[in-house]
Design a binder for this molecule. Structure first.
Ligand code: FAD
Length: 143
């Protein structure tokens, strides 16, 4: 990014909005958020982050009220969904920042690598998806 500026009031991650980059960075004389497909990226990120939060809340409520065994599907769902959403949000932030997004001038590449391990560290996505599918099928298959 050429001639980029970051406001002294900006922070990479707003405390109330993890994953959403503060839209104060200027490129080519325009606010970065207003360039290209960036409005769509920001909106998609907000929608997916909210969906991930509600899925997490749903799993947590079920764990507290009916127990971990009955909440097994919701737990597996969020283990797949949250890291994938976080990765997509970071990926969009990298795209918005262009080459600077993969440089050491931003924490984004490091955040991406760190988040990518979560799709393995607590079991691979495929294993959690398999658990969701088995529990879903279990509702309909007569034993
Ligand atoms: C940073 C990090 C931290 C970790 N921390 C912990 C920890 O605290 N505690 C702990 O116990 N483990 C931990 N692990 C290990 C982690 O749980 C395993 O890496 C993970 O379960 C995948 O096992 P694996 O690496 O042997 O790959 P494999 O089991 O060989 O899997 C490789 C790939 O095969 C596919 N696959 C595997 N099994 C299935 C299946 N049943 N159905 C469909 N596809 C499948 C998936 O695509 C998977 O990504 C950690 C791993 C990392 C990278």
């Amino acid at each position: 990014m050429i001639n980029s500026k970051v406001s002294s009031k900006s922070s990479w991650l707003s405390p109330g909005n993890p994953g959403i980059i503060s839209a104060v960075i200027i490129a080519f004389g325009k606010n970065l958020a207003r360039l290209g497909a960036n409005f769509d990226y920001i909106a998609e990120s907000r929608i997916e982050l909210n969906a991930a939060r509600f899925l997490t809340l749903d799993a947590a409520v079920k764990m507290d009220t009916v127990g971990n065994k009955i909440a097994a599907s919701e737990i597996a769902q969020i283990k797949v969904y949250a890291p994938n959403v976080a990765l997509k949000v970071i990926d969009r932030a990298i795209q918005i920042h262009g080459g600077e997004g993969v440089s050491q001038l931003t924490p984004l590449a490091s955040m991406y690598a760190h988040m990518r391990t979560l799709r393995l560290a607590d079991g691979p996505d495929e294993v959690h998806r398999r658990a969701v599918a088995r529990l879903e099928l279990g509702k309909y298959i007569v034993r």
